[in-house]
Design a protein around this ligand. Structure first.
Ligand code: FAD
Ligand code: NAP
Length: 304
């Protein structure tokens, strides 16, 4: 029986582990991939205090080394379900069952798919959701980036390190991204924009992407835009399927909590990008991790 099981080892989960283990609680952190979460798919992080700029995977590594110092146990596993047995909770992975007095859910979210023809067919053959993973394959190539938020614009800027040209395709005539990121993109000579337009189909030959059919939403005109690759950044979906039956998610799948990160089940907390909230950032994830790491200590003391 652990004091707390943390599900997910992104910045939120790792910070919760740091706080809980430094309070001398027994902590198990279950992760289905590498520690770091979305930070592993992020090129440069420029808004994490203390670092002018740091590569996402390096920040992941530093956080993990920090957590390891204080005795958190780590397990590989894909969590399928949680069960509330009142005075204790159960976490089920594909092949194991773990028990704890409390649970912290920190499973984050993933990139939404565009849902157009060719997207699945050309995944890994020109269609990508991760510039830091795949950008280097596109040296001196022409790329399309779909979306107008922080991810699309920031990753488009990163892709100009490799690509000869990056064209951002956005469904409106105004970006959603933060002003400072927008300004950098507008000033970058390798970046151009196709406004008021959506990708209708990703096209290619037998092997790789050769372009995309793009429709102007105002005129309904469709044209084929040539490209060697297409990076998709059209928003996020919560990774909360395992918690749906427990009733802690809302209609859209995000987990609702109060300001102490408590869900509707006593002893079950949720933090980071999986929560219903406005600002999904590393700083907010670590802040919530600190709160939940401290809250589980209080919960266990109060329920002794
Ligand atoms: P995540 O980082 O998503 O981590 C969740 C972890 O849970 C993952 O490791 C996942 O494998 C694991 N998990 C999920 N489901 C299960 C399961 N069933 N069982 C076991 N494990 C599971 N933020 C910034 O502050 N600055 C930036 O510059 C910045 N750039 C970004 C660039 C991109 C391209 C993206 C996508 C995001 C960026 N963000 C940035 C946002 C930031 O990365 C996230 O807000 C942050 O990582 C959220 O942390 P988290 O711990 O809540 O979730
Ligand atoms: P986002 O902010 O939700 O933006 C998604 C973008 O995709 C929007 O521009 C949206 O258009 C567009 N879009 C959505 N569905 C579409 C569709 N079907 N077809 C075409 N376009 C579509 O998502 P995000 O950019 O991934 O950012 C997610 C979170 O991470 C945000 O909170 C963001 O601040 C954070 N983040 C922060 C940083 C940073 O701080 N440096 C970097 C990356 C991400 P509309 O604008 O018309 O809605």
């Amino acid at each position: 029986m652990y004091d707390v099981i943390i599900i997910g080892a992104g910045p939120a989960g790792m910070t919760a582990a740091l706080y809980a283990s430094r309070s001398n609680l027994s902590v198990l952190m279950i992760e289905r991939g590498a520690p770091g979460g979305q930070m592993n798919n992020t090129a440069e992080v420029e808004n994490y205090p203390g670092f002018d700029s740091i590569m996402g995977p390096e920040l992941s590594q530093k956080m993990f080394e920090n957590v390891e110092k204080f005795g958190t146990e780590n397990a590989y596993g894909i969590v399928q379900e949680i069960k509330d047995h009142g005075d204790y909770k159960e976490v089920l992975t594909e092949d194991k069952s773990y028990q704890a007095k409390t649970i912290i859910v920190a499973t984050g979210c993933v990139h939404r798919k565009l849902g157009v023809a060719g997207e699945e067919q050309f995944a890994g053959r020109g269609v990508s959701y991760c510039a830091v993973c795949d950008g280097a394959f596109f040296r001196n190539k022409r790329l399309l980036v779909v979306g107008g938020g922080d991810s699309a614009v920031e990753e488009a800027i990163y892709l100009t390190r490799f690509a000869s040209e990056v064209v951002i395709v956005h469904r409106r005539d105004e970006l959603r991204a933060q002003k400072i990121i927008q300004d950098r993109a507008f000033a970058n000579e390798k970046i151009s924009f196709i406004w008021d337009s959506v990708v209708e189909e990703i096209v290619g030959n037998d092997m790789v992407v050769t372009g995309a059919k793009i429709r102007n939403v105002k005129t309904d005109e469709v044209h084929e835009e040539p490209a060697n690759g297409l990076f998709i950044y059209v928003g996020l979906e919560p990774l909360t399927e395992p918690f749906k039956n427990s009733g802690i998610t809302n209609e859209a799948g995000w987990i609702e909590t109060d300001h102490e990160m408590r869900t509707s089940i006593p002893g079950v907390y949720a933090i980071g990008d999986a929560r219903e909230k406005g600002l999904r950032q590393i700083t907010t994830a670590v802040g919530e991790g600190g709160i939940a790491g401290q809250q589980v200590y209080k919960y266990i003391e109060d329920n002794k």
